[in-house]
Write a protein of this length. Sequence first.
Lengths: 290, 388
Amino acid sequence: MAETINRDNGDTASNSTNGQPPAANGPSRSADDRLPHIEVRNLTMAYGDYVVMRDLSFKIRRGEIFVIMGGSGSGKSTLLRHMIGLIEPATGEVLYDGWSFTRAGADERTAMLRRFGVLYQGGALWSAMTLAENVGLPLGEFTDLTPAAINDIASLKLSLVGLRGFEEYYPSQISGGMQKRAGLARAIALDPEVLFFDEPSAGLDPVSSSLLDDLILELRASMGATIVVVTHELPSIFRIADNSVFLDSQKHTMTACGDPKRLLKESQDPHLHAFLTRRADSVKAELNNG
Amino acid sequence: MTTKTAATTAANPTAGSYKLERTAEPAVLLHVAGTWRLNRATPTGDAAVGELAAMPRPRRVTFDSSDLGGWDSSLVNFVRHVYESCRRLSIPIELDGLPPGLKRLVDLAEAVPEATDARQSESVPSLINRIGGSAVRFGDTLGEVLEFVGEISVGVVDFIRGRARYRRVDFLEILRQCSASALGIVTLISFLSGIIFAFMGAVQLQQFGAAIYVADLVAIGMVREMGALMTAIIMAGRTGAAFAAQLGTMKVTQEMDALTTMGISPTEFLIIPRIMALVLMMPLLTLYADFFGILGGATVGATMLNISPISYLTETVHAIKVSAVVGGLVKAAVYGLLVAIAGCYEGFNCGNSSAAVGEAATRAVVDSIVAIVVACGTFAVVFNVLGI
């Protein structure tokens, strides 16, 4: 499986493509652009004896939008949960800037986690807090800002996702799409280096989901963050992805890695081809023969 | 030349029926007729398959549906069974004689072969197997609980040293839930407990003309045991279950994950404030319950036994020892700790569905009450040995 890095230079001019990392603050933002920003190395994911996916290895460059794609139940979200440390891998490891996240101690891990932003499927806003408090919580915990400044920044982040004026609303009072955007505002509260999106378009209508794609592209262009997206929405995949990995639920491993547009043209794999062309025929034919 | 080999008699002329007809080829023509409805008795596919198997092997099977009235899934299922057995027996079968919609449904049902490895094996383990399994699980659970308690201990120390991450607003809200919100029910239950105590004592003590000792009985009973015990059981049902449900829901909605990946420990942020709140508030609630229990006793004294409130109060003050009050408060704090740990543990280890949240809340209450009763027994022995 060929490892290619196909980049859309028009969109990424502002970030690290040409060896210039975005404004480095602190030693954590490694200036070494030869290192992949994120590397998944020989990762095997298992629940007890049941192996979900084995031997996953791929690299994600700084500033890239990387899509984890695959059918329902193929373990896309599970892979994401491994990458952010919510599940421990059976074997293998995940590295950020060359540092192993899997083998890091508790304090190191917490420090690494603070550079991540995660948008969960349902938004996962803290229901006992208003939107402003949700966005403000990480700011209050990890910065020395005054409460007034925190409120100000929370309101800025909310207006970035189109929720200006909703600061005092509780999550239960707004729609699912708005909750998701508020979740995004919270995820970008601390200007993360890596943003993870778990099925961002799940439960959204086509227009909202396309707006969210715009927002993702916008965030990459403006913040220079590396973005990892779990999705099976083809329009989103072709629109935003620079690079991708395809998880095949029948073979229990990754069967392709690369720019989805190129994979669509070149791949001979029937499952991947069926997935990318949204056609079940080839898979059905294979099932009937087998 | 045709021979009719089998037919189901149609009691109701419109009810679904079939018959197999042998044609010259030799082939079988399967007539389906009448109206096939799920809520009426219709022939089963197995019957037709049995008849088909009993015949000399035909070269192919075809369908005729010229007398068919209405049909629904009952006929689709019938045809599917025949279709599958013909395929198993390698007899060619043609569905062209069926209505197009029906043919499409059968094709759709047969499009994907059965996933043979998908069936869940439902083997019933033997008794020894089950006992062994429970023992292993019990060991695991014990380990988990110990780990949880250890984590909490570290968290509590951080909390006391003022280094824990939590929101003061949340803590105050939990304090309120654990105290002020519970006052109504604690008042009612402890007042009634006092009355029941006094009644029980009064019936016996009156016989000896020692009615005034009802005050002693109620005072000692409430302060030493019942105040803390009743309050703890109320809090297990009220607050312990609420803790489990709140935390369980946060787990299901990934709010817990959101904290973790933000580098905020859910233990520090969610669990320690709950435990501290309940441990701090339980003694206060217990004092309050003691007071209302004694008031209940005094009410019985005044109305039934003609003991004046003043003499009842004097007797009560004589009966209560400081050590008993302190002992009661220590018990209350321990019960509070147990209820909070049970609620938080079950909520924290909740599964990923709405049903799991309900189970977590139930288990939290059961665990709490068992823990309270065990602790109560332990205290009785320890206090006895210490002479309190």
